[in-house]
Design a binder for this molecule. Structure first.
Ligand SMILES: *[C@@H]1O[C@H](CO)[C@@H](O)[C@H](O)[C@H]1NC(C)=O
Ligand SMILES: *[C@@H]1O[C@H](CO)[C@@H](O)[C@H](O)[C@H]1NC(C)=O
Ligand SMILES: *[C@@H]1O[C@H](CO)[C@@H](O)[C@H](O)[C@H]1NC(C)=O
Ligand SMILES: *[C@@H]1O[C@H](CO)[C@@H](O)[C@H](O)[C@H]1NC(C)=O
Length: 147
């Protein structure tokens, strides 16, 4: 029961914070700067990460902008370096994200076509949505972390 409440709280917090702040080597609000999908440096209140120490997330977790830093990949996209979904036609083979802010139509095929577009300012491409470009992550977000 307690476990359930705790995970529900974490989920709510995630949805509430669910704003993407994705970049490598950038000090995030949680005090960490992700260097790739699973590793990070700490900022110790400064604007530049301290590169003398490198921390690695435990198995199954990725470096995020969430307060706990390392979080389940299924719930929050990694801040940096998560490129597995790039160019993968989403669930309905409608489109694929080709970078954080660009997409290509799939027209029912497994691989994207060369008919491409880009998201409006402030939006990012989420392959799990019908809207293509959105402003918030969800638990199901599929984001391509390429600039
Ligand atoms: C991330 O960086 C760390 C430290 O440099 C390295 O040990 C690890 O293999 C890297 N992971 C990936 C997925 O590139
Ligand atoms: C990193 O280590 C070097 C050598 O020990 C030291 O000179 C430097 O100040 C350290 N950097 C930070 C940000 O602590
Ligand atoms: C897309 O690819 C097709 C076939 O390879 C080509 O004929 C067409 O000119 C390309 N369109 C664009 C916009 O690059
Ligand atoms: C995929 O298609 C199903 C059935 O048409 C629809 O309910 C669902 O919302 C679609 N999902 C996406 C991500 O477009």
């Amino acid at each position: 029961m307690y476990r359930f409440i705790a995970s529900a709280l974490v989920l709510l917090l995630t949805l509430y914070i669910g704003r993407i702040q994705a970049s490598c080597d950038v000090c995030q609000s949680n005090g960490a700067a992700c260097i790739n999908q699973t590793a990070y440096h700490l900022c110790f209140g400064r604007t530049q990460p301290d590169t003398n120490q490198t921390f690695i997330c435990t198995d199954g977790l990725v470096c995020t902008d969430q307060p706990v830093i390392c979080f389940q990949r299924s719930e929050t996209p990694a801040s940096c370096g998560d490129t597995d979904s790039c160019g993968q036609c989403g669930p309905n083979y409608t489109f694929a994200c080709t970078s954080r802010t660009t997409f290509a139509f799939c027209f029912g095929a497994l691989t994207p076509t060369n008919v491409t577009g880009s998201c409006p300012t402030g939006y990012f491409c989420d392959a799990s949505t019908k809207e293509i470009c959105v402003t918030k992550t969800t638990d199901d977000s599929i984001v391509c972390h390429l600039d």
